[in-house]
Design a protein around this ligand. Sequence first.
Ligand SMILES: [Zn+2]
Length: 395
Amino acid sequence: MDRLPLYLLCCALLLCSCSTLPVESRSNLTDPPPFTPIDLNLYHSSVRLMQEIKELVRRHPDKLSMDSIKGGNRGYQSEVSVVTYCNNRRESYNDSKFRILLSFGQHGRELITSELALRILSIMTEEKFLPKLDSVSLNSFLDKLIIKVVPMENLNGRKIVEGGDLCERRNGRGVDLNRNWSVDWGKKEKDFDPYEENPGTGPFSEPEAQIMQKLASSFRPHIWVNVHSGMQALFMPYDHKNTTPRGFSYEQMRLLLENLNRRHCQNKCMIGSGGGSVGYLAHGTATDYMYDVVKVPMAFTFEIYGDSTATSKDCFKMFNPTDFGTFNRVLTDWSSAFFTIFKLGPRHLRELSDKGIGLTSWESIDEYLDGYLMDRRNRISKGKWSRPVVPSLPL
Ligand SMILES: [Zn+2]
């Protein structure tokens, strides 16, 4: 998702062919294009954002907890923070909850996504509010859920962006974390751009991807959303081929996405498989792995904002809103979309469960708690992995 799009290349070619323009116009065009800096009146720095989240967790110990997971190899270190929402969490960790895993900030330059993570956590804890969503209604569906939020998956890449390289999307050593997963890893298309899409030295070569893989495999979510920016889209598998999964599972994912598009995206969001919709195939992505290997029944990639008028060097503007009105609208629209998922997602999952779509065995949440982040790759490789059972809840 969200590589520098083809139309920007077209724009660059158009600029190159402008030598017949008058000299005055030419001088304007040959000036280096201005680029927009990060507006710290709108955006938190990574340090401030994580501090705000820590304070939010401290103020709401009945609902939120936070873990910080460290990893590293070959002289490279990284750290991924995970916030868990579970209302009355001491008493309520049980098998009857739906599990949702959300990741933000996988690409360094997409700052708006981490702002959305903070906004969603603030609404969950009733420190911020959505129009038309009262406290009773909010808690009635949040009570059924355990939600894990990774607010800033790629902290090292984000720090490079904050250091001035506003176009960086990869991690702290130049690997694209959304090409480092094992499904169809390393395959290169004709238009492969090594700067944008370096997949690493092998599947899961990067500590951030390892941490996310272990988190997903132990938590076994029913819903996964990988949140990006660069365009407006609601994608389902697959990214590495231009088809979607077949059957009822596809129908349920599509219905949910169409609902979100209608309610929260003014029907402007592109919907479909990532590979079939975005104009290029992406190999080794997180969402394809979540669907194919972790067996997450509903796995998505959302693209929450893009400015197609920005020049190719103006990455902050291309991937992030630059005025208060748009910034706030994007956060309100997309946090509303996520609370619609929290409300309606379990209903769609029940439909899947009733049809018996691959939901034949599961592990309990207690096992998950006992073995938090336990590496279960051996079990996956033995082919004993199946989609988790959907809890029986009145919906
Ligand atoms: Zn991205």
